[in-house]
Design a protein around this ligand. Structure first.
Ligand SMILES: [Zn+2]
Ligand SMILES: [Zn+2]
Length: 107
């Protein structure tokens, strides 16, 4: 399994604090910071055509998963351009192999 790192968000796909003013008091469904008014969520930028604008995507989404246009975190530069070397690969095969130790072999 390969994953890509991104901006760390809480389970509601919101950052713990505002990128601009560091305000940590935000509503669970905030879209904008209550203090400085800055957009907080990673969402679609395709206001004209996409009806997922305003939905909070995961912190590593560079593009809208529904229309393929840029997501806000990528547009604002919070996320770097995609680079295959950044992928975090969970090597499942290796883990399974290492789990078998000498103790498991009965002879
Ligand atoms: Zn703020
Ligand atoms: Zn979209």
């Amino acid at each position: 399994m390969a994953r890509y790192p991104g901006v760390e968000l809480n389970k509601n796909n919101r950052p713990e604090k505002c990128f601009e003013c560091d305000n940590e008091e935000n509503l669970v469904d905030s879209k904008f910071c209550m203090i400085c008014g800055k957009m907080m969520i990673n969402t679609c930028t395709n206001k004209e055509q996409c009806n997922h604008v305003g939905e909070a995507f995961p912190g590593n989404a560079r593009f809208c998963p529904y229309c393929g246009k840029k997501a806000t975190y990528y547009e604002k530069g919070y996320l770097k351009q995609y680079n295959k070397n950044d992928a975090i690969v969970d090597d499942v095969t290796n883990v399974a192999f290492n789990a078998i130790t000498d103790d498991d072999i009965p002879f």
